[in-house]
Design a protein around this ligand. Structure first.
Ligand code: FDA
Length: 511
């Protein structure tokens, strides 16, 4: 410890070298456990047997990141970087080798330049803070990122990042115009000095394989003074749900790009608030539209009359109120809730993802309902693609899932009892197996930000990584972009310092 502390002080910039004891936490430091646990979102990784880091570095200045990289290399610690801690498999804060966490929660400043339409946001900020800061300055600007306000900017933007503005403006990563990062040698890079290949890779390829992204320059997007929100009643499958879902599969990606119509499948039992509408599997539709009510109603009447969307079922609100709405808050709530990093769910969870390129036939849906009903706490979120997502080429940035996808599925199951973990994970794997004939193939594509170690992992212990092993999951997340990511990785981090169970491997000849 002593030697690590000395190393850290000597590499921090002059003005910040005396902050070591405040910035570097060990298991003897009083707030070590609090900091470690504060942004763990998945209780599967919050128990006594979960490996703990030797140090948690909480940088308040870029030079602390530089020191942490240099000193962890010198002392042989693997580096895990954490921004918001939402990684579904805990890779930002768990490793099975001696490791340290660089937790960026103190680096979260945001500066908004409305006149020129951009913002600089530090990776440790959460999405809610970004939305809050934009709304403070303008009600005609927004940003197309995720709906959950506590998601961290660092992981989210580097892995893609989508929300209700997806069909109009694409992903968060599509709207990044510059970045500042620290590389394996502790050097600070910007877009100009990192070059276009690396800048391409950190937009959708995940930052953690390449270095530590300190901040992002993002393009703000235009939103109208009021947007329109609609939520259908939940439909049980017998009472029309299946017919609606079939129609949705055929139209959701073709609607006007100003209409984002999610479909959510849940299981309702007699204790659930939605049981007034019947029990069993239910589908509910949620819409955010940038159009005014009448126009939305008339377009929906034309494309999806079965849904029966009427102006009186819609609510007009400001874009920032819609952010509250989709994050699960009341639209009358103070915007301050968006700044709260601790508000969201903290149970056990397992998630997976799929892309659908052909509508799932009725027989396939029937079997799916039978599986969902087995686990009352399961949920499927179907996110429509099309619009702007179909206009951007698969190789524009590292995120590849574009034209040809009707929608993306997120499968989610949650539970409260640790002893039931195997049962729920087993069920999720069976569900995924069942879906095989109905989703994309060769590769069966997956969304990198919905991390899933079932897709495969590389041997993290000895630093050697096999391209052959990694391409199994690599092609699912990145399609053909995977090969270019390997090329970029080999150039920027040839000794594979920045690695985890699903990091981009280095070409074998370089090891
Ligand atoms: P975390 O800190 O765990 O990091 C995730 C990964 O990125 C790790 O590998 C980490 O090392 C790396 N990383 C983090 N910061 C980095 C940095 N500064 N430089 C380099 N690498 C870095 N997704 C979505 O698109 N839309 C959505 O609406 C949602 N909603 C949502 C809700 C909830 C409750 C969860 C748990 C997750 C989501 N997600 C999501 C998925 C989310 O986008 C994904 O988990 C992100 O990677 C989370 O980023 P964090 O910074 O919070 O995670």
């Amino acid at each position: 410890q002593e030697s690590f502390f000395q190393c850290f002080s000597s590499h921090s910039s002059q003005n910040h070298s005396n902050q070591t004891s405040k910035v570097v936490l060990t298991s003897n430091t009083s707030d070590y456990s609090f900091v470690l646990q504060s942004s763990i979102r998945n209780r599967r990784f919050l128990n006594t047997s979960t490996p703990k880091p030797e140090f948690i570095v909480t940088p308040i200045h870029t030079s602390h990141i530089q020191s942490a990289i240099i000193c962890s290399r010198k002392h042989g610690f693997q580096i895990r970087v954490r921004s918001g801690g939402h990684d579904y498999e805990g890779l930002s804060y768990v490793a099975d080798v001696p490791f340290l966490i660089i937790d960026l929660f103190s680096l979260r400043s945001i500066s908004i330049d409305i006149q020129n339409g951009f913002a600089w946001v530090e990776s440790g900020a959460i999405l809610g803070e970004l939305y809050y800061k934009i709304a403070e300055k303008s009600n005609l600007h927004g940003f197309p990122a995720g709906t959950c306000s506590t998601v961290g900017v660092g992981g989210h933007m580097s892995g893609g990042g989508f929300g209700t503005l997806l069909r109009k403006y694409g992903l968060a990563a599509d709207n990044i115009i510059d970045a500042k990062m620290v590389d394996v040698n502790g050097k600070v890079l910007t877009r100009e000095s990192m070059g276009e290949d690396l800048f391409w890779a950190i937009r959708g390829g995940g930052g953690a394989s390449f270095g530590i992204v300190v901040s992002w320059k993002v393009r703000l997007v235009a939103v109208p003074e009021t947007v329109t929100v609609f939520r259908s009643v939940p439909y049980t499958m017998e009472l029309g749900g299946t017919k609606l879902l079939q129609k949705w599969q055929n139209v959701a990606d073709k609607l006007h790009e100003d209409i984002f119509l999610h479909a959510i499948l849940v299981v309702s039992d007699s204790s659930s608030s939605a049981s007034n509408y019947g029990t069993g599997v239910q589908v509910q539709f949620l819409c955010l539209s940038l159009l005014e009510v009448q126009k939305l109603a008339s377009l929906m009447q034309h494309s999806f009359p079965e849904l029966g969307l009427k102006p009186q079922n819609c609510t007009e609100m400001t874009w920032i109120q819609s952010v509250l709405y989709f994050a699960g808050f009341s639209t009358n709530e103070s915007l301050d809730v968006l700044l709260d990093r601790s508000t969201q769910f903290k149970g056990f969870l397992k998630a997976k993802s799929d892309y659908v390129v052909e509508p799932i036939p009725e027989a396939g849906l029937e079997g799916l309902y039978k599986m969902l009903i087995e686990e009352q706490t399961s949920m499927m979120i179907l996110t429509p693609y099309g619009g702007r997502m179909s206009e951007i080429s698969e190789s524009e940035i590292a995120f590849p899932h574009r034209k040809g996808n009707l929608y993306k599925i997120q499968y989610l199951v949650t539970w409260d009892d640790e002893d039931e973990t195997d049962k729920y994970i087993g069920w999720m794997r069976r569900l995924y197996g069942y879906m095989t004939p109905y989703v994309s193939k060769n590769p069966r594509a997956a969304y990198f930000n919905y991390r899933d170690l079932d897709l495969g992992k590389i041997n993290n212990n000895n630093g050697n990584t096999s391209y052959e092993q990694a391409k199994v999951w690599g092609f699912k997340y990145f399609k053909r972009n995977f090969n270019w990511l390997v090329y970029v990785k080999t150039a920027i981090d040839p000794s594979n310092v920045f690695r985890n169970e699903q990091s981009i491997p280095v070409l074998p000849s370089q090891l």
